[in-house]
Design a protein around this ligand. Structure first.
Ligand code: AMP
Length: 436
């Protein structure tokens, strides 16, 4: 039997409805903030991710699924190296959504100079070559937003309020959510801060793991979220970003916090929050569910340099992404089922001799917008009623020899078992009336 790839999941039944529900809530909540949906390809040039996410990140270095056409694989195997491949031949499955959306914004000029910001949201699968474990998959689903062209600290706060509203609407108890925020500075103040952190790591190199020593060269800030607890202990004494902000960044951060206070959003400042991707500037944030043990359920931040990195004009921007699978796990622990049952239906049942009359009836009901089921396996009337119950049908339209001869149908309420006969010519409007 063919096997699913490890670290991937099939979405069906209640789980599929949960994903659809999450997208519906996103459309509703993000819509009120003026965001429109975008869908970009799941496959992009590696360069899009290298420019955007950063060459030194784990996501780009270790976790990206690279994609080559069959013919290319043969030539790669023969040559033994990727050298000589053109940019358009180096492809990868997207490990996150931002780089692709920003690439699309640059390519399609969504934010012309002096034009209005672009407010976009997306939903879809992302791919990372991670070691699969609870809440960590190799194909997972994200819903995310990107707000391109907004520089005001109010937009950072609005984005965070929108995220917390979204979580609330999904059913999270607000006291279970822990929102952490930080400011990572910008191109003015971050380089000096990075150097300070690098120097700190090198001063403590005897106490740090090999990964952190490598990070000291490539991306020292990542040492703050090293998986090794001892490294994190050492890093507790490292210089902290909020103490090294330039005046503009410090003022921006203060205003974001003031707006969050005004909106009544509870947050914890975590000066060690750096997030894994290189593109963030100034505000970063993350949300966890207390005690859920699934890691962050969402996070994001400002990325004022990203449009330029993707080849566009300097344009500020910010956004966030949330992970469906972790949200579903955490909500389940709180007793919330995002994928409630299928919508109810009407079942058209018949005795076998009048089966042909059912065909027109189901078509008429569906034309009237009614979710309709009927038997396609030659079951007895009794087992059709059982099937109708199983499907949660509210009404059964019953056709027998007598009904067809008299040009009527029987409509049976499946809960009260009350029955009425109505003319065949008029039965759809009676069904619709009974359903309201
Ligand atoms: P990131 O792009 O790493 O900030 O991730 C945003 C959100 O996506 C996280 O908060 C998680 O909820 C989710 N996520 C990231 N990586 C994975 C993964 N490998 N498996 C499941 N969910 C993930």
């Amino acid at each position: 039997m063919a096997q699913r790839v490890q670290g991937t999941e099939d979405l069906y039944g209640g789980y599929m409805r949960a994903w659809q529900h999450m997208c519906d809530v996103a459309r509703e909540v993000f819509g009120t903030y003026g965001f429109n949906m975008i869908e970009t390809p799941a496959i992009e040039q590696v360069a899009t991710f290298v420019h955007g996410i950063g060459e030194s990140t784990d996501v780009v270095r270790k976790e990206m699924f690279r994609v080559f056409s069959g013919a290319l694989v043969e030539s790669l195997l023969a040559k033994g190296s990727e050298q000589g491949l053109k940019a358009k031949q180096r492809l990868a499955l997207r490990p996150e959504g931002t780089a692709g959306v920003v690439r699309a914004a640059v390519q399609n000029n969504f934010v012309p100079q002096g034009g209005a910001p672009a407010k976009l949201w997306y939903a879809g699968p992302m791919f990372r070559g991670e070691r699969p474990q609870k809440g960590r998959l190799r194909q997972f689903h994200q819903v995310g937003v990107e707000w391109l062209g907004a520089s005001d600290p109010a937009s950072d706060a609005e984005c965070i309020v929108m995220l917390m509203t979204f979580f609330g609407r999904l059913g999270f108890a607000s006291e279970s959510l822990r929102l952490t925020i930080n400011s990572m500075g910008d191109n003015q103040c971050r380089p000096a801060y990075r150097n300070k952190v690098r120097a700190f790591i090198l001063d403590h190199k005897d106490q740090m793991c090999d990964d952190c020593l490598e990070r000291a060269e490539l991306n020292p800030l990542r040492a703050f979220d090293c998986k090794n607890a001892h490294c994190r202990e050492v890093m507790a004494d490292a210089p902290l970003a909020p103490d090294h902000l330039c005046d503009e960044c410090a003022s921006h951060y203060a205003q974001v916090k003031r707006y969050l206070d005004e909106a009544g959003i509870a947050y914890v400042e975590d000066p060690t929050l750096v997030r894994g991707l290189d593109y963030y500037t100034r505000t970063v944030f993350e949300v966890e569910v207390e005690g859920a043990g699934v890691g962050a359920i969402g996070g994001g931040g400002r990325y004022d340099g990203l449009m330029e990195l993707e080849g566009g004009k300097p344009t500020p921007g910010l956004g966030f992404a949330v992970g469906f699978e972790r949200i579903a796990l955490a909500l389940e622990q709180q007793g919330v089922n995002m994928g409630a049952s299928e919508p109810s239906c009407v079942y058209v049942a018949c005795t076998p001799d009048v089966r042909p009359a059912v065909f027109g009836c189901v078509l008429a009901l569906r034309k009237a917008g009614v979710r309709t089921e009927s038997d396609c396996q030659g079951r007895s009337l009794k087992s059709q009623f059982k099937q109708a119950d199983k499907l949660g049908a509210r009404l059964c339209v019953v056709l027998g020899t007598d009904e067809v001869a008299a040009g009527v149908v029987t409509i049976r309420n499946m809960q009260t078992h009350e029955q009425v006969q109505v003319p065949m010519t008029d039965f759809t409007s009676v069904v619709c009336e009974k359903l309201t």
